[in-house]
Design a protein around this ligand. Structure first.
Ligand SMILES: *[C@@H]1O[C@H](CO)[C@@H](O)[C@H](O)[C@H]1NC(C)=O
Ligand SMILES: *[C@@H]1O[C@H](CO)[C@@H](O)[C@H](O)[C@H]1NC(C)=O
Ligand SMILES: *[C@@H]1O[C@H](CO)[C@@H](O)[C@H](O)[C@H]1NC(C)=O
Ligand SMILES: *[C@@H]1O[C@H](CO)[C@@H](O)[C@H](O)[C@H]1NC(C)=O
Ligand SMILES: *[C@@H]1O[C@H](CO)[C@@H](O)[C@H](O)[C@H]1NC(C)=O
Ligand SMILES: *[C@@H]1O[C@H](CO)[C@@H](O)[C@H](O)[C@H]1NC(C)=O
Ligand SMILES: *[C@@H]1O[C@H](CO)[C@@H](O)[C@H](O)[C@H]1NC(C)=O
Ligand SMILES: *[C@@H]1O[C@H](CO)[C@@H](O)[C@H](O)[C@H]1NC(C)=O
Ligand SMILES: *[C@@H]1O[C@H](CO)[C@@H](O)[C@H](O)[C@H]1NC(C)=O
Ligand SMILES: *[C@@H]1O[C@H](CO)[C@@H](O)[C@H](O)[C@H]1NC(C)=O
Length: 693
């Protein structure tokens, strides 16, 4: 019986000792702290000065990123002959030993970005020669010039993907990528390339994706890489893009020429599979009207091609070339931030598959759609920030926008839209008409402009519509049935002064479905105290900022409200328990700043803060005798009668009264001593007199 506890104690002691030594062993292995999972050794940021030698020999992936290796020594990888992937990002590598990769016959992926391999590039290039199976090589961010790059890539014929991004390459000639017949992907972005010689990519029969973004290319002429699927030449100085004129079939699917200086629509291959064409932020326009021609057929451009001492003049008929370009598969066309004043007739007809057209920030004055070119596949049309004053939809093309889901007409000069436009677009869900001077149908009796076309936008019975922005449209007071027959979930009426004229009645039709409502700067005033959102059962986001509300809106019934914005109003008190109690269930975020709160009436804020997130709490201020205090700085637990204010006021009174009192006291004392005798006599006589009594 006595032995048992001893045995238990011993057992326990032994266990703890064993546990301790085990953890000691673990710590020793963890000095390298490489995480080993399924053949992957991850040794990132371990301050290693060399390749660790105690990793499992069957490791297939070795990640040594962000260790200060400086040099990859000869044979330092020979312990790991099964490596397939090696990553040495940001290792301050200047030198890679000639024999560093010897025996690495299986290595398929080698990542060396952000090192200093330009330092001893010859030895590094020699080291690469033993990598017979290499498929992916990342040399980005190594300050390599074109000559260094050429040397490093020499004879690496197995390569499929190469990144030379963020280096200092300036020109490309036919020697740089010689012998890389299997290369499919080449990333040259963020170099200083200003010239690409004719045959530079000629040997790259397998090239599919070429990225030349962020370089200094002035033009791409005679583009003839027929096998290429995607070309990214964004952020260059391109003034021209000209595909070779032959009838060769191009595989091109994605062409990104955005952020360049193109003046004309690019002259694209006559046969291609182009589905995405990105031309954002150029200076393009159609110039038919400059030539005063009924059609722009006479537009001609002459190119001077200088090659050595030979100068060739090529004449190109711009419109014909555009007419010849194959845009039949085009689905996504981004023409935003250009100078288009009009789209020529037949423009959309060439793109029967177009689903997204972005014309944001151009100079369009009128737009005609429909007649011979119903863009029946169009899902998204962005015409925002133009100067559109007229929109024509051919009368003979009902439902020509039948697939359209999103239509952005924001920031134009529209006074209305063609009658029935939205009714015909049977799939439309999102309309942005903000910042146009429109009015909604039905207009109040007597406002209608007589016999002319209806000058109001009719949104009634557009059953598919879900999201509508009418911000800053100078809408008059809404009639009660403007949104009848719709099931709007998102509505923005901000910046329309007086749009609600004292009640939420115009929103009654959509109250059951509305989820997000913005009523910023609409002039809801003090007389509108009983703002009643009781029927808005699904409303979760309400913006009432920038009005003149003097009291909290009323929320009754089951309300889903999560966010409430009451900034820039005329609230003087925080909501009392009863009001805030209604909101407790769902409300998460509330904005309350920039209201002239009375410091004596903010006592509820601590409780309020416990219930909801007051996102702008630090900016909520209140006034007390024309001073402004931050509510967070007020003493906590202020009782109902604003005691701390009284304390302050008492102090103030004391300070004001004290000098007067002192003066009076001094005066009294002087008087007392001056008239001491008579006074005493008086008292005496009085006393005398009283004593008689
Ligand atoms: C690697 O070995 C070669 C000789 O094979 C030698 O010239 C070179 O300096 C060595 N490099 C490093 C980094 O040790
Ligand atoms: C590259 O390969 C060619 C022929 O396959 C050979 O003549 C040349 O010496 C090789 N270059 C290097 C640097 O290994
Ligand atoms: C082209 O490259 C730029 C810069 O890397 C990138 O922002 C853009 O998304 C690329 N374009 C395409 C179509 O991938
Ligand atoms: C354009 O040409 C037509 C004749 O084709 C002529 O009547 C008109 O005045 C010209 N307009 C301008 C602006 O030159
Ligand atoms: C110039 O034009 C001739 C004849 O069309 C053609 O053979 C030659 O290759 C062209 N040269 C250049 C630099 O485009
Ligand atoms: C111009 O090119 C021709 C061959 O096309 C050559 O014979 C001649 O030397 C060149 N002239 C100059 C000045 O380079
Ligand atoms: C419409 O375009 C404007 C300006 O480009 C943009 O701010 C707004 O978010 C767009 N509206 C929609 C619904 O996408
Ligand atoms: C919605 O779009 C589809 C596809 O374009 C079309 O077939 C359908 O008729 C459209 N629905 C309405 C109500 O217009
Ligand atoms: C606004 O409401 C008042 C009554 O509440 C009504 O007399 C007036 O006509 C309304 N104004 C408009 C423009 O509907
Ligand atoms: C509160 O102070 C602000 C800023 O000094 C002033 O504009 C506002 O009229 C004051 N409000 C009250 C109720 O004193």
């Amino acid at each position: 019986m006595e032995l048992l506890p001893l045995w238990l104690c011993l057992g326990f002691h032994l266990l703890t000792v064993e546990w301790r030594t085990r953890s000691g062993v673990a710590a020793a292995a963890c000095q390298r702290c490489c995480q080993l999972v399924d053949g992957v050794a991850d040794c990132r940021e371990q301050n290693l000065a060399s390749v660790p030698s105690d990793l499992p020999p069957h490791a297939q992936t070795l990640i040594l990123d962000a260790n200060p290796l400086k040099t990859l020594w000869n044979h330092s990888l020979q312990l790991y002959p099964r490596l397939e992937s090696l990553s040495l990002r940001s290792c301050h590598l200047e030198r890679v030993g000639r024999d560093a990769f010897q025996g690495q016959a299986r290595l398929r992926s080698l990542a060396l970005p952000d090192n200093a391999l330009s330092e001893s590039y010859r030895e590094t290039a020699a080291a690469f020669h033993s990598l017979r199976a290499l498929r992916r090589l990342d040399l980005s961010g190594n300050s390599l010039t074109e000559d260094m790059a050429a040397l490093m890539l020499q004879n690496l014929s197995s390569l499929e993907s190469v990144s030379l991004a963020r280096n200092t390459i300036m020109r490309l000639d036919d020697s740089v990528f010689e012998g890389l017949g299997h290369l499919q992907e080449l990333d040259l972005q963020r170099n200083y390339i200003f010239e690409i010689e004719g045959g530079a990519f000629e040997g790259l029969a397998g090239l599919r994706h070429l990225n030349l973004a962020y370089n200094h290319l002035p033009c791409i002429v005679d583009f003839s890489l027929t096998r290429l699927r995607s070309l990214n030449a964004s952020y260059n100085d391109l003034e021209w893009f000209l595909a070779s004129a032959g009838a060769a079939a191009f595989e091109l699917e994605v062409l990104d020429l955005s952020h360049n200086r193109l003046l004309f629509f690019p002259l694209l291959p006559r046969s291609s599979k182009l589905h995405t064409l990105l031309l954002r932020d150029n200076s393009m326009g159609f110039y038919g009207d400059l030539y005063n021609a009924s059609s722009p057929k006479e537009m001609v451009a002459q190119f001077l091609l200088v090659d050595g001492n030979v100068t060739n003049v090529t004449t190109v008929n711009l419109w014909e070339e555009f007419d010849f370009s194959d845009l039949a598969d085009l689905r996504f066309l981004d023409l935003s931030q250009n100078q288009f004043q009009y789209l020529p007739d037949g423009f959309l007809r060439k793109m029967p598959s177009l689903s997204h057209l972005n014309l944001n920030r151009n100079c369009l004055g009128t737009l005609r759609i429909g007649e011979h070119e119903p863009p029946g596949a169009l899902l998204e049309l962005d015409l925002s920030q133009n100067q559109l004053s007229e929109l024509h939809v051919a009368p003979g093309a009902p439902g020509c926008l039948r697939s359209l889901r999103s239509f952005n007409l924001s920031s134009n000069q529209l006074l209305g839209v063609p009658a029935g436009l939205f009714a015909d677009a049977g799939n439309i869900t999102t309309v942005d008409m903000s910042h146009n001077q429109i009015s909604l149908c039905p207009q109040p009796a007597g406002v209608d402009g007589g016999g002319g076309p209806p000058s109001c936008v009719d949104l009634r019975n557009v059953a598919s519509l879900r999201s509508l922005s009418l911000e800053g449209c100078r809408l008059g007071a809404l009639q009660d049935c403007s949104f009848q027959g719709t099931a709007l979930t998102h509505l923005d009426l901000s910046g329309n002064w007086g749009v609600l004229n004292g009640s939420t009645a115009p929103l009654r039709n959509i109250a059951p479905t509305l989820q997000v409502l913005s009523l910023r700067d609409v002039g809801l005033s003090a007389s509108f105290t009983e703002l009643d959102f009781s029927g808005f059962g699904k409303l979760r986001d309400l913006d009432l900022s920038g009005n003149a509300l003097t009291s909290f809106p009323r929320f009754r019934g089951s309300l889903a409200l999560q966010t409430l914005d009451l900034r820039r109003n005329s609230l003087t008190a925080l909501p009392q328990g009863a009001v805030s109690g209604q909101l407790t269930t769902s409300l998460r975020t509330i904005y309350l700043s920039q209201n002239p709160y009375d410091c004596c009436r903010v006592e509820g804020w601590a409780a309020l803060q416990r219930l909801h997130t007051i996102s702008d709490l630090a900016m909520v201020t209140c006034n007390l005798s024309s001073k402004v205090y931050r509510v967070v700085d007020l003493p906590r637990g202020t009782p109902q009668d604003c005691k701390w204010e009284r304390v302050n006021m008492d102090l103030l009174y004391l300070v004001l009264i004290l000098p007067s009192c002192l003066t009076l006291l001094v005066a009294c004392t002087i008087t007392f001593f001056t008239f001491k005798k008579p006074l005493l006599q008086v008292i005496k006589s009085r006393c005398h007199w009283s004593s008689i009594y």
